[in-house]
Design a protein. Structure first.
Length: 382
């Protein structure tokens, strides 16, 4: 469906209800077009190669998760990630500016003000079918990006699973009800993720942030004019056992690297024992913030006195109950003062900090098991 037509239809569909649902219709605002592909990339959860929280080399406890060996994959996995390109040819990656370097494995930030329309030109460079399914913004059935028995057909099904090499245009108007609520500040967090095999797709890495600002609240670069800086952090235990790339990761980082000369029968037997081994499964649970473990997350830097907006996202499964804790500074969430916030899978929370205490500070999940497993980062107030 054409973009203009979609926007018009979105208006028409809700117009009769406009007295009840105030401001549902999007526009007239900007059309913000993003070129996003799924790429298969080697992702390193610990690119520094040491524990930046202790400042020490990885020891026995950390090596459970980060050391590559004959029975462990280590810190590098093939993952499927959303990446932004400069245009519809999908030949040049759009460089990620320093302020968003900390997004790590997260997809590009999609920004809109209330009244705008987000258009994503989507290309699937990966070997499996994937999609873009957004939270919060308005979508019709051709832009939902999730397959289920919803009674739709034809063009309304094409978004449900974009095959390897395929493309799709997702159109998401951003009406008032996608913007900050009455208790909230100038912008809020939503997210998008792939939703073909939702658990597999998200463990592969296919999650990204959406920030929606109140109409007129943002500068041209998308930053709300009442904050100096924004950070998005996702707390999740990436379960690489549940990734569609598990077999490839075993093949590349264990079998080819450590067992190049074994017979096919020996290989089958080793594979079988690995897949039944609890220690192997444990080694593939990457307790990460934006895809980084043990303080390897870069770029959480700010200056004293700045108003800093933190967007916190949770994803995952029943082990994914996270309690991000900021040391040394406090925040406000929904009018309440805190330095810890609760995240469950798919929680999306927006907090404001006035950075009033200089130093290098710990930012970590407060769940004991997750501390041990590396769900820690550092932020700096200078
Ligand atoms: Cu946690």
């Amino acid at each position: 469906m054409g973009l203009v037509l979609a926007a018009v239809l979105a208006t028409l569909v809700v117009a009769p209800l406009s007295g009840l649902i105030v401001g549902m219709a999007a526009g007239p605002g900007k059309v913000r077009t993003y070129y996003i592909a799924v790429d298969e990339v080697e992702w390193d959860y610990a690119p520094l190669g040491y524990n930046a929280i202790t400042g020490e080399p990885f020891g026995e406890e950390e090596n459970v998760f980060v050391a590559n060996g004959p029975y462990t994959i280590g810190s590098v996995y093939v993952k499927a990630l959303y990446r932004e390109y400069t245009d519809a040819t999908f030949t040049s990656l759009k460089p990620r500016p320093p302020e968003w370097e900390h997004l790590g494995a997260l997809g590009p930030l999609l920004f809109a003000e209330v009244g705008d329309t987000i258009v994503v030109e989507f290309r699937n460079h990966a070997r499996f079918p994937f999609t873009l399914h957004p939270h919060g913004v308005f979508y019709q059935k051709d832009s939902e990006g999730a397959p289920y028995a919803d009674g739709t057909s034809g063009a309304d099904k094409e978004d449900d699973g974009v095959p390897s090499g395929g493309s799709h245009t997702y159109v998401w108007p951003v009406p008032e009800r996608a913007g900050p609520g009455p208790m909230e500040g100038s912008s809020i967090l939503w997210m998008y993720h792939s939703h073909v095999d939702e658990p597999g797709d998200t463990n592969a890495g296919l999650v990204g942030p959406i920030v929606v600002a109140k109409k007129g609240a943002a500068r041209t670069d998308g930053r709300p004019s009442d904050v100096h800086r924004q950070f998005v952090t996702m707390f999740t235990v990436f379960d690489e056992n549940r990734s569609p790339y598990l077999m490839e990761n075993i093949e590349t980082y264990i079998l080819q690297k450590w067992w190049p000369k074994i017979t096919a029968a020996q290989k089958a037997s080793l594979l079988e024992s690995l897949l039944e081994d609890e220690a192997f499964a444990e080694s593939n649970l990457m307790h990460s913030i934006n895809g980084y473990v043990f303080g390897n997350l870069p770029g959480l830097d700010m200056y004293l006195g700045e108003r800093v907006r933190w967007y916190a996202l949770g994803m995952g499964t029943e082990v994914d109950l996270h309690t991000p804790h900021w040391h040394g500074n406090t925040l406000v969430w929904m009018g309440a003062r805190t330095d810890v916030i609760e995240l469950l899978p798919a929680s999306m929370k927006t907090l404001d900090m006035i950075a009033d205490n200089p130093g290098t500070w710990l930012y970590h999940c407060h769940v004991n098991d997750h501390i041990d497993a590396g769900m820690l980062a550092l932020f700096r107030v200078s």
